[in-house]
Design a protein around this ligand. Structure first.
Ligand code: ZN
Length: 492
């Protein structure tokens, strides 16, 4: 017998509350009905809001009213202000814990007092718990005192982070058989701002541990979060972490890895370096190198957005130093391949949160073949579909198209992006992969497309194209001498 499921819509609204309420009402009609909605973050920040115009069709619970002068009694009866910090039990039995952006007003003891020994269904907080922010290197978005709430084992924890918030979904994890989903939402207009879920008052208990549990800094939360009195549980979860993490010391794209293959590096810029690849798709051309290479951000992050947000949680990937330099390097490579013959250049990036170290690959493609790129991409998508894979869709951006949707994507979700530089045009093909990091995507797909385009199907698997260290060194040297006069560092 399945327990009754409740449907909930969570929104991180912007100042435009009318729009947020309109979205709740329209989603309730389209995708609902929802039992209730939750507003997280700074709700009611503008004093000129005409409260009469806010008419939600379903109950909306919110934690924060930054404009303290707001007359809550004038609000539509479907609004419920939860308060600064506390626990609220709904009629249906669900327990919601909430902590607004007010933690500085309260000592840690107060937070502990409220949440100690509680088992909650949903937690709403403005900031992230430090234990999770640390994993993502987003300390500005966090408050260490929230770590104590991890122990209340909520089924869902919604937070915003700093400023305009940030969309992020952590790998679910379990404590004592209860699974927690931690989800951070960006403010409406700044990224993904909504989340819909079904929740039961009596969630399934898992018998095997799920995911890796966030580890609270023992210096801050003196109590072990699960009530145990020794550090065994911490040790255990650290051990569980090991298979999921590749540290810079052992990452094959990190310069700090003692085994890093320096003989592959063509050039180093301020934030990125260029290297040739292992097992290049084409063999060496008359110029002495295949041209198949990588542009790699120096810092160890799985995606560009993780790298950018680590410095500024409100940052935009497309405005970051690393992105601008990546772009400059792309142009320099395009110019170099063009100088070597009638070559277009293809760049591709697989950006996935579960990746180890972000990078872009590139390859020159003769002008005579590049015009077949889209047809080849279409045929490979069709081929994958026939093999039973989930169908892939792409969005094409031609030279003068608006790139808003591209930027929205690279700032908020996993994706694959091909960028084709032909003689006079630039075309981009974006495949959105969403935010489910466990969703399957064949990481060899871009290479397969280019292999078919170049009629190199026998070289699809890179491991079968491995070269000796001497050949790699020779290829790097040839690449380096061709690239020297295009090197962006020389031109500065
Ligand atoms: Zn790395």
């Amino acid at each position: 017998m399945s327990a009754t499921m409740l449907k909930v819509l969570v929104i991180h609204p912007s100042d435009d509350l009318i729009k947020s309420v309109t979205i709740v009402n329209s989603q309730n009609k389209k995708a609902g009905p929802f039992d209730f909605a939750l507003f997280i973050g700074d709700v009611f920040t503008k004093d000129h809001i005409n409260l009469d115009e806010l008419e939600p069709d379903i109950p909306i619970y919110f934690t924060q009213a930054k404009d303290e002068s707001i007359n809550l009694s004038k609000l539509h009866s479907n609004f419920t202000y939860l308060g600064d910090i506390g626990i609220y039990q709904l009629h249906n039995g669900l327990k919601i814990g909430f902590v607004g952006d007010c933690t500085k007003k309260y000592p840690e003891e107060d937070i502990i007092k409220v949440f100690k020994d509680q088992t909650l269904d949903i937690v709403l907080s403005k900031l992230w718990p430090d234990a999770i922010a640390k994993e993502e290197k987003l300390l500005l978005s966090a408050d260490q005192r929230l770590d104590v709430i991890l122990d209340s084992k909520p089924q869902y924890w919604f937070a915003c982070g700093n400023g305009k918030g940030l969309y992020f979904k952590r790998e679910p994890y379990s404590i004592d058989g209860r699974v927690t989903n931690f989800i951070s939402l960006a403010e409406m207009g700044s990224g993904r701002f909504w989340y819909a879920l079904s929740i039961s008052k009596t969630p399934k208990v898992v018998s095997e541990p799920v995911g890796k549990r966030p580890i609270a800094d023992s210096g801050s939360s003196k109590r072990p979060l699960d009530g145990s009195t020794n550090s065994n549980s911490k040790k255990k979860s650290q051990q569980m972490n090991t298979p999921f993490e590749v540290l810079p010391e052992s990452c094959f794209l990190c310069l700090s890895n003692p085994n890093f293959e320096l003989h592959m590096v063509v050039a180093v810029a301020k934030t990125c370096f260029i290297s040739i690849t292992k097992g290049p798709l084409p063999t060496r051309s008359k110029d002495g190198f295949s041209g198949h290479g990588m542009i790699v951000p120096i810092e160890h992050f799985p995606t560009l957005r993780a790298l950018v947000y680590s410095k500024d949680s409100n940052g935009k990937v497309q405005e970051s130093d690393v992105y601008l330099e990546l772009h400059q390097i792309q142009l320099s490579l395009v110019a170099m391949f063009r100088s070597l013959g009638n070559n277009s250049t293809v760049f591709w990036e697989i950006s996935r949160k579960r990746s180890v170290h972000a990078h872009l690959q590139f390859l020159p493609v003769p002008d005579s073949l590049i015009s077949a790129f889209q047809k080849t991409l279409d045929s490979q998508i069709e081929y994958m579909k026939r093999l039973g894979s989930e169908s892939i869709e792409y969005i094409k951006f031609s030279q003068n198209d608006d790139l808003d949707e591209l930027y929205e994507t690279i700032n908020s979700q996993d994706y694959v992006l091909f960028t084709i530089y032909e003689k006079n045009t630039v075309t981009k093909y974006l495949i959105k992969l969403g935010t489910d990091e466990n969703k399957f995507f064949d990481a060899q797909f871009p290479r397969k497309v280019i292999a078919v385009l170049l009629d190199l199907k026998n070289r699809i698997h890179w491991s079968k194209c491995k070269q000796t260290r001497d050949v790699e060194s020779a290829e790097k040297a040839a690449f380096k001498s061709a690239y020297e006069k295009f090197d962006i560092m020389r031109q500065q």
